[in-house]
Design a binder for this molecule. Structure first.
Ligand SMILES: *[C@@H]1O[C@H](CO)[C@@H](O)[C@H](O)[C@H]1NC(C)=O
Ligand SMILES: *[C@@H]1O[C@H](CO)[C@@H](O)[C@H](O)[C@H]1NC(C)=O
Ligand SMILES: *[C@@H]1O[C@H](CO)[C@@H](O)[C@H](O)[C@H]1NC(C)=O
Length: 258
């Protein structure tokens, strides 16, 4: 009788914490992009438990690059492919600029981008996203890629951006999967962004990107970990040329100590 009474509060406490955990789990899931086969669903169904998944498991560097040079050679192989370049500048040109313009327009409405922003597009190929930024009124925009494409795209390696610290208000990239050193890719963005600067990444979470990719990403968790000097602004589903997720970060303002 006595033991039953003392056990009761323990049971109550246990049930309370259990329901609290479920509530937290529910909040966690509902903050994620909604879709039946969401990135998180993929993660949980493929792996024992979502909380047990470490960031390194959700970000895998593809094997097979014997040196940085062989990696660069392979990337150049795609970038320099004359057939692809022709498609990028002809058939793809207007269609992609239209879609990019819509993305950038939406970001302007959310005050993440403005006409006066100084912007950089990373891995811009022939510069469709740079042209789109200019068309929505963001005139101070430039791109970088391993192969320059003047006047929109300068030569530059995203592992070692050719810019001074705190140069840009806004950086966009849809080539995170091409980074052999993701920490360097992110560190360079955080270095060249001004305090309060915004970085927008379009990534593929629910399907694998192309054969030129250097890494595979399975959730946004590794990104949140890599962007050490920034805070997550939002994650949402997009339809961006095979890339399904938009992840937005804002660089912290060190002076405010946030
Ligand atoms: C580049 O692509 C060509 C075919 O387009 C292939 O023959 C060559 O081996 C490739 N080079 C590298 C370094 O991947
Ligand atoms: C930004 O630029 C666009 C295109 O040039 C223009 O239509 C728009 O009015 C500008 N917005 C502001 C706030 O100046
Ligand atoms: C630029 O930023 C990097 C890392 O954020 C820092 O290590 C470096 O000292 C800075 N350089 C200058 C010239 O401030």
């Amino acid at each position: 009788m006595k033991t039953a009474k003392t056990k009761l509060p323990i049971v109550k406490y246990f049930l309370l914490s259990l329901s609290l955990s479920f509530l937290l789990l529910f909040l966690f899931f509902s903050l994620r992009p909604r879709r039946t086969q969401s990135p998180l669903t993929t993660t949980t169904t493929n792996r024992p438990s979502s909380s047990a998944v470490s960031s390194s498991e959700d970000l895998k560097i593809r094997p097979g690059y014997t040196s940085y040079d062989s990696y660069i050679q392979r990337q150049l192989n795609k970038t320099l492919n004359p057939k692809l370049r022709k498609v990028w500048t002809t058939r793809d040109w207007d269609r992609k600029i239209q879609v990019f313009s819509r993305f950038f327009h939406e970001l302007k409405l959310q005050n993440l981008l403005s006409n006066s922003s100084k912007t950089l597009c990373i891995g811009a190929r022939v510069g469709q996203e740079v042209e789109a930024l200019k068309r929505v009124g963001v005139s101070d925009s430039i791109g970088i890629d391993l192969v320059p494409c003047p006047p929109l795209v300068l030569k530059g390696d995203f592992h070692n951006q050719p810019f001074d610290n705190e140069t840009f208000d806004f950086e966009f990239s849809n080539v995170f999967d091409h980074a052999l050193y993701p920490h360097k890719f992110v560190a360079e963005i955080e270095r060249t962004l001004k305090p309060d600067g915004v970085c927008v990444l379009h990534v593929a979470l629910s399907k694998r990107a192309d054969k030129y990719s250097a890494n595979d990403l399975y959730s946004v968790k590794p990104l949140v970990k890599l962007f050490q000097r920034s805070e997550l602004v939002h994650v949402r589903r997009v339809d961006g040329f095979g890339l399904d997720t938009e992840v937005v970060f804002r660089k912290k303002n060190a002076i405010q100590g946030s």
